[in-house]
Write a protein that binds this ligand. Structure first.
Ligand SMILES: Nc1ncnc2c1ncn2[C@@H]1O[C@H](COP(=O)(O)OP(=O)(O)OP(=O)(O)O)[C@@H](O)[C@H]1O
Length: 336
């Protein structure tokens, strides 16, 4: 566990960061200018700050990669390596090069790479520092969706396998929900919420209870019962049918966007939406003049649904009422 407690000021901006970082991935969430990069720079030892800062070794992938321009890709990757004794190296250069797909660019200079390629080198350089603390500032922002997902899973595996402590800045909430164990919400330089990522994502007081609200349901897949390219996934409250994943997995996190969840008083056996779950209405809040966000109970989990105020009135929804959630789209995420 890493105790962090420091303050710093930058002009009129004041940052106060007080938390305990535990092994696993902690997402650092906040609006632009909230102070996320300032936190990472301070922890990386790049800015001197008043307060107690742990000076353990860190691997830092800064925003925008910031590779050393005069060094090749391979030299950038190896930059931190010379300080680490061979017996202390847990992260193999060959694995990093293969997983990040860097083999073809090793002799190139950073200016000969795309932004996404530079980001991959920066992530590799941070990992090859062999440090127990990994600070990643939007490491996937310039990558395409498929690469981002693949590398996210790999990062999760590496962090778990080596019990690393990883602080990940991301503006992408699907990425946070897929990868993060814990979440810290930074607002105007202060930590306003922190806790389990999935718990905070389901909380009215968390950062995600808005128009992009997204629920996460753990599920167990049953590939042996696949039909028509769909595989059944048992989750709290029932079964959902998902596109069959390309890899054989049995445990998954399902991401369900509130805007993809409609509500019905009756099950709809003849509708084209095949995925329905029995749920119970808990509470709702207005999002804007026309829509509301409804928090539903689905077994032991919460499910968000975004519906119109008109629908809320027409259905005459009441707290405690049993209804049916019609789920239009489910994204599946492999458990790391
Ligand atoms: N050198 C500096 N001088 C004055 N103010 C600064 C300086 N560096 C950063 N700031 C201010 O500190 C605040 C926090 O910046 P920081 O880069 O940490 O935010 P962030 O949350 O990482 O933002 P983003 O998501 O846009 O990257 C901002 O208001 C910024 O204007």
């Amino acid at each position: 566990m890493l105790r962090c407690d420091f303050r710093l000021t930058r002009g009129s901006f004041a940052l106060s960061f007080n938390t305990e970082l535990t092994p696993g991935i902690t997402a650092l969430w906040g609006d632009s200018g909230a102070g996320k990069t300032s936190v990472l720079r301070a922890l990386a030892g790049l800015d001197s700050v008043a307060g107690v800062i742990p000076r353990s070794a860190v691997g830092y992938a800064p925003q925008g990669a910031r590779l050393f321009p005069h060094l090749t890709v391979l030299e950038n990757l190896r930059f931190g390596l010379r300080r680490v004794a061979v017996q202390d190296r847990w992260c193999a250069e060959a694995e990093v090069i293969e997983q990040l797909g860097l083999a073809a660019w090793l002799p190139r200079k950073p200016h000969e790479l795309s932004g996404g390629q530079q980001q991959r080198v920066a992530l590799g350089r941070a990992l090859l520092n062999q440090a127990p603390l990994l600070l990643l500032d939007e490491p996937f922002s310039a990558l395409d969706g498929a690469t981002r997902e693949r590398l996210g899973h790999w990062l999760r595996d590496v962090v778990q396998q080596h019990r690393l402590t990883c602080l990940l800045v991301s503006h992408d909430r699907d990425e946070v929900l897929q990868l993060a164990d814990r979440l810290i919400w930074l607002q105007q330089g202060r930590v306003t919420q922190q806790g389990e990522a999935l718990t905070l994502a389901a909380d009215w007081a968390g950062p995600f209870a808005d128009q992009q609200a997204c629920s996460v349901l753990p599920a167990r897949l049953q590939p042996e019962r696949a039909e028509h390219g769909l595989v059944p996934a048992q989750c709290a409250g029932g079964t959902l049918w998902l596109a069959q994943p390309s890899v054989a997995i049995s445990e998954a996190r399902l991401l369900i966007h509130a805007r993809d969840v409609a509500l019905s008083l009756e099950p709809l056996p003849s509708a084209s939406i095949q995925n329905t779950l029995p749920v119970q209405v808990e509470s709702w809040r207005e999002l804007n003049a026309s829509s509301v966000l409804v928090r539903l109970r689905c077994g032991d989990y919460a499910l968000w649904s975004q519906i119109t105020r008109r629908a809320l009135n027409q259905l005459n929804l009441q707290p405690g009422q049993h209804v049916h959630a019609l789920i239009k789209a489910v994204a599946m995420v492999r458990h790391g």
